[in-house]
Design a binder for this molecule. Structure first.
Ligand SMILES: *Cc1c(COP(=O)(O)O)cnc(C)c1O
Length: 369
């Protein structure tokens, strides 16, 4: 007989249930309005998200990938140009660079899983146009050094904030530190929509204007197409739902940080390395990622105890089939490859209670390789 309680890696429904009436009211308001694409809800969300971050301009888009692609494109980066990016990211970051015809220049991560700043500077060439740090797992990269390199070398900084909504670097929110900040509102993100959605923020009004034109078939005025655009519009329904969730983002981040703090206190396995925290930043714990020499066996051990985990990410982009053409063999970026074999993300979701946390920690602490 098995009475073991299962703990999933993630569940999204409790975050909806906690404020169901507000989400339902927002959804019905849009359904009854008769206006579904690019309207008052999108404008309000753009204004509110920009205000939350302390940014001047926000443009709502279809996805986080589109935010990155349109940022690269609007900066005029294309064939012959290079963009420096960390090797241990989600493939979307790299796809944004190659989608514009530019070349990704991979750089190994530092001990916080962020872009290593010294190696980023060493990777700059006359073709480099931008640095693309990823605030991976919810922790900001070393922005002081990156902004300094960018300024000295005349480069743009594109922040991938798909996992860092509300994370701060020395009191400023990620996304407002570089030239442009790119956000995903995929449902699992800390600021998650109920479908696909994204946005970018910037202080550069002309850049925001270009992206606004690009997202709507290259037109500002209906049927007047100035440039070759795309369809990457944020819809009214997602914008209305995001406006509700944005009001709870700080609470969501605080709840996740509290769960991470309990993990930090209670996990005491000598076989597990807990995430290192930067003193200058606040980590919003999109993911709680540990490292282990025997990762696959740890994952099986937890799974046998009913605990779900995931790996972010098992194959670094440079080793993926999508980029076989780049010709990077095993060992090209050994640290990123080593992380791909060592990282494991523990359960972390809104509504996770103390019993669940204790069960996960007991299971981790009972692991023997
Ligand atoms: C989720 C994510 C993206 C892509 O966002 P989508 O909305 O799924 O297109 C990009 N970069 C990182 C680091 C992500 O985690």
């Amino acid at each position: 007989m098995n009475t073991m309680k299962k703990i999933p890696f993630n569940i999204l429904a409790p975050a909806f249930e906690a404020h169901a009436a507000e989400y339902e009211e927002a959804a019905l308001r849009v359904l009854r309005s008769g206006w579904y694409v690019l309207g008052a809800e999108v404008e309000s969300f753009e204004r509110e998200f920009a205000a939350y971050l302390g940014a001047s301009h926000c443009v709502g888009l279809n996805s986080g990938l589109d935010a990155l692609v349109l940022a690269v494109r609007a900066l005029g980066i294309g064939p012959g140009d290079e963009v420096i990016v960390q090797a241990n990211t989600y493939i979307a970051t790299v796809l944004a660079i190659t989608a514009c015809g530019a070349a990704p220049v991979f750089v190994e991560p530092d001990e916080y899983h962020g872009l290593d700043t010294a190696r980023a500077e060493a990777a700059v060439t006359p073709r480099t146009k931008a640095i693309l740090p990823v605030h991976l797992y919810g922790q900001p990269c070393g922005m002081e050094e990156l902004l300094d390199i960018a300024e000295r070398r005349g480069l743009a900084v594109i922040e991938d904030c798909a996992q860092s909504h509300g994370a701060m670097w020395r009191g400023r929110k990620t996304g407002t530190l570089g030239t442009v900040g790119c956000f995903s509102f995929f449902p699992t993100k800390n600021l998650g929509a109920f479908g696909d959605a994204g946005a970018l923020v910037t202080e550069d009004g002309a850049l925001a204007d270009r992206v606004r034109t690009l997202r709507n078939y290259g037109s500002k005025e209906k049927y007047v197409n100035e440039i070759e655009g795309v369809n990457s519009r944020l819809d009214e329904l997602q914008a209305a739902l995001l406006r509700v969730r944005l009001r709870f983002l700080d609470a969501i981040n605080a709840e996740r940080a509290a769960i991470a703090a309990r993990y930090g206190e209670l996990i005491r396995s000598p076989f597990v390395v807990k995430p290192r925290l930067r003193p200058e930043g606040t980590h919003i714990f999109h993911l709680y990622v540990v490292e282990c020499d025997h990762r696959d066996r740890l994952q099986e051990h937890l799974s046998a105890r009913g605990i779900g985990t995931q790996i972010h990410y098992p194959i670094p982009p440079h080793r993926s089939g999508a980029y076989a053409r780049l010709g990077y063999g095993r060992g090209s970026f050994p640290e990123a490859e080593r992380l791909a074999e060592r990282v494991l993300s523990l359960p972390l979701y809104s509504g996770m209670n103390e019993d669940d946390i204790l069960s996960v920690c007991d299971a981790v602490n009972s692991f023997r390789p």
